[in-house]
Design a protein around this ligand. Structure first.
Ligand code: NAD
Length: 312
């Protein structure tokens, strides 16, 4: 064990969507206490209305993160090994509970893949975090240096990307990506935490658009969509051709896209085009029309109950 290794005991995860909830669950399962934070909802559910609740009630304002924890607990197959994990997860609303960031040794940002949203959240993190705490972004490929730009020296020294893969319980890889200002000690601590506490394999990637795995993975998905249109194939045919018949899981293409989230994939391709100065990227990472159509119809994948497939 290197001298820098100090296990994390208390963390905060911001964003309780597809990745944030699952990362929070994985951390809690590894014995870490986690505060999971999201935005306050802007409308009541039918049940909340029936119960006479209003939008300013704490249980409503914390509902997104609380619902994510509840979903995660009841998902099949059971996503956790340690039944006591739930006691280590606390739901919150970032606007009300930002002061809790001060308790966290590690803050994981896992909000929507849009630079403006991430920057606003990191502004709040910078205001409330304890000096010396590690801040990581789960971005799929935004510039780590740009997200760190203009922030305090202590923040920049402790900020990096820790890019988990979906689903975080099963996917072994975490890409760690530093900015020129990230301290070696912060990189080495997070690397050991990922390997020893979370059981992951770590790769240190350069701060290039989409890093390593997503650069290849997103490219592969876009080419598959293009070829599908060219040859007039159906979703089922493509999944059959690219799945078990090639020795790959049945989530090979479209079930994987539904799991990832079609809106997230659009953000990712937009970001690559905007970050890259390679003219070829402008055409390779163009928005596929079929994704634009499904997202405009509210078909975001498993998170909305319907994407390429309906929820099983
Ligand atoms: P998602 O759309 O499922 O969830 C995003 C969450 O962020 C939502 O719950 C939303 O309410 C919350 N949020 C938005 N603005 C916020 C704010 N200001 N304060 C607090 N919470 C806020 O997205 P996701 O798929 O979980 O992606 C999260 C991050 O992880 C993105 O950077 C994405 O690129 C990355 N990522 C996604 C995948 C994947 O397969 N989906 C894999 C690896 C990395």
């Amino acid at each position: 064990m290197s001298q820098s290794h100090r296990p994390i005991r208390q963390a905060a995860v911001i964003g309780s969507g597809v990745m944030g909830a699952a990362i929070a669950g994985h951390l809690a399962n590894a014995g870490i206490r986690v505060t999971l934070l999201d935005i306050a909802p802007d409308r009541l559910t039918a049940e909340e209305e029936k119960a006479g609740l209003t939008l300013d009630r704490p249980e409503v304002r914390r509902r997104l993160a609380a619902a994510a924890i509840a979903r995660f607990k009841s998902s099949k197959p059971a996503p956790l090994y340690d039944p006591s994990f739930a006691s280590r997860l606390t739901p919150g609303c970032l606007a009300d509970d930002a002061h809790k960031l001060r308790e966290a040794e590690w803050i994981v940002e896992a909000v929507t893949e849009r630079p403006d949203v991430k920057k606003a959240v990191l502004d709040l993190v910078e205001q409330h975090r304890a000096p010396g705490s590690i801040v990581s972004t789960n971005t799929s490929g935004l510039s780590v240096a740009a997200l760190a730009e203009g922030r305090s020296e202590d923040f920049r020294k402790h900020f990096l990307a820790a890019h988990f893969f979906n689903p975080p319980r099963y996917m072994k890889l975490v890409e760690l990506v530093t900015s020129p200002d990230t301290d070696d000690a912060a990189l080495s601590r997070l690397s050991e935490v990922c390997e020893r506490q979370l059981g992951k394999g770590v790769v240190v990637a350069k701060d290039t658009p989409n890093f390593i795995a997503n650069r290849i993975g997103t490219y592969g998905m876009l080419v598959t969509l293009e070829e599908m249109a060219r040859f007039g194939l159906t979703v089922e045919e493509v999944d059959a051709l690219t799945g078990p018949s090639l020795g790959r899981p049945k989530t090979a293409t479209f079930r994987m896209l539904d799991l990832v989230g079609l809106d997230t994939l659009l953000h990712v391709v937009d970001n690559v085009r905007e970050r890259s100065d390679d003219p070829e990227d402008a055409s390779v990472f163009a928005r596929p029309a079929i994704l634009e159509r499904l997202v405009s119809e509210g078909r975001l994948g498993e998170k909305s109950g319907q994407g390429f497939y309906r929820k099983r």
